[in-house]
Design a protein around this ligand. Sequence first.
Ligand code: FAD
Length: 479
Amino acid sequence: MIDVVIAGAGPNGLMLACELALAGARPVVLERLAGPAPEPRANGLVGQVVRLLDRRGLHERLTGNDEPPRPAPGFVFGAFPLQLHDLPDNLLYTLPVPQNRVEQMLAERAAELGVEVRREHEVVGLTHHENSVTVEIEGHEPLEAAFLVGADGGHSVVRKLAGIDFPGVTTDDSVSRTGSVSVPPESVGADGSLLVPGFGAVPAFRHLRTDRGLVAWAPFPGRSPGLTTVEWDQPEEGEASLAELQASVERVLGAPVRIGPPTGPGPHLMRRLFGGNTRLASRYRAGRVLLLGDAAHVHSAIGGPGLNLGLQDAVNLGWKLAAEVRGDAPKGLLDTYESERRPAAERVTMHTQAQSVLIRPGSDVTALRVLFGELLELPANRQHVADLLAGVDIRYDMPAAGPLVGRPAPEVPGLRELTRTGRPLLLDPAGELRADRVDVVPMPGLDTALLLRPDCYVAWQGTTADGLDEAIATWFGTP
Ligand SMILES: Cc1cc2nc3c(=O)[nH]c(=O)nc-3n(C[C@H](O)[C@H](O)[C@H](O)COP(=O)(O)OP(=O)(O)OC[C@H]3O[C@@H](n4cnc5c(N)ncnc54)[C@H](O)[C@@H]3O)c2cc1C
């Protein structure tokens, strides 16, 4: 019997496969497509996920150098520029890398770890048994697995087959157009902004709201710039085209803009999307079936929070599911996947919906923006929004006490090398603690000892061994 069948070789399915393999479980990934998805999607990673990838040694594979990630000096929220460099505790990391590159890197990593990815294998059915799941595959023999994870995207077949509801809202009054373009060199300002005669400068990598809609200009280094508009009640028929995008930009800005077809390396994009979905699975687990990533939650792509959410789901689930498969998981461990990660998804669906309102035209929204802009001048409010975007505004509920417990591990020199194994760690400043089931690492210079779970969350902290054994038993079972 296979340990875990993962339906879907998107970024989240591949990340889970890597985490399972790292923890000694044997996953098989089933993917309905013959090759990588052709459609460009995410343009970058935003939030804690960047630091998490670094802690698995994967950040350097995306950047090509060993520099650790640094928090972003600024970002955007609901078409407001968000100044971050002056915040005392800025944890908003960004990495401008296209999704297909992330998927390619994760596929290579999975292959190195011995993960089997079976392409042109579409999951079409499942049967639940007491100790296993039978997974039916179009045109192939069924597979027997201890667990099935649906990482098969927003239209998840696994979610439907498992009978898990997907409540939420669908809107149909907005139309978003995105294209890879070229512009004359004289149209780009020294700061990268797009200069539009008759309007002014459209800043780079910000959302610009006018009374008629939204424009976003993204001059990516090394590839064709992207131009996006969002308008309301402006449906169009036929193939999405450059001329349509150009007309839309002109409507939103009230001035013509000179754009041409993309010239840089592809893949190039020309897309029109109507409306959007905000939905969250009513539960993440039905017996031996679990949901991951977009299969569990869909929301607007505004601000790019999708992979921060999904890849952290994968790292949260990986070590717990591996422990379950190995048979050494403490009671209830697997259920903490939902209790920890579903609230994180609730925060993302909340803030993407809030941002989608803040970018709409209308005098009532303009009034709301005046107030919101005033609130963002206060550093404490900017910190609040930065934490929300970084995905660190929630704290996992854990029995141990301490200000760091339930939170991502703080920056500690040398930690990014130690966490690559995916093993639980006990960082011990005095070098006196003893524990089994976790790797004990002397770490002079720390104020307190820290017990870190494989997903790099703090599960216990203390200056003595009080409560340490209980914390280890809670998360890693008894010897
Ligand atoms: C326009 C757009 C822009 C975005 N921008 C950003 C951004 O800047 N930053 C960000 O973080 N996120 C962004 N996102 C969100 C991000 O793309 C998604 O969150 C991410 O792709 C979800 O990954 P996943 O692995 O859960 O699902 P998917 O990427 O959807 O992968 C699911 C996989 O499952 C396969 N599959 C489906 N059904 C079956 C089946 N029955 N059997 C086997 N295989 C199956 C599919 O072929 C696919 O390969 C954007 C999304 C969109 C649409």
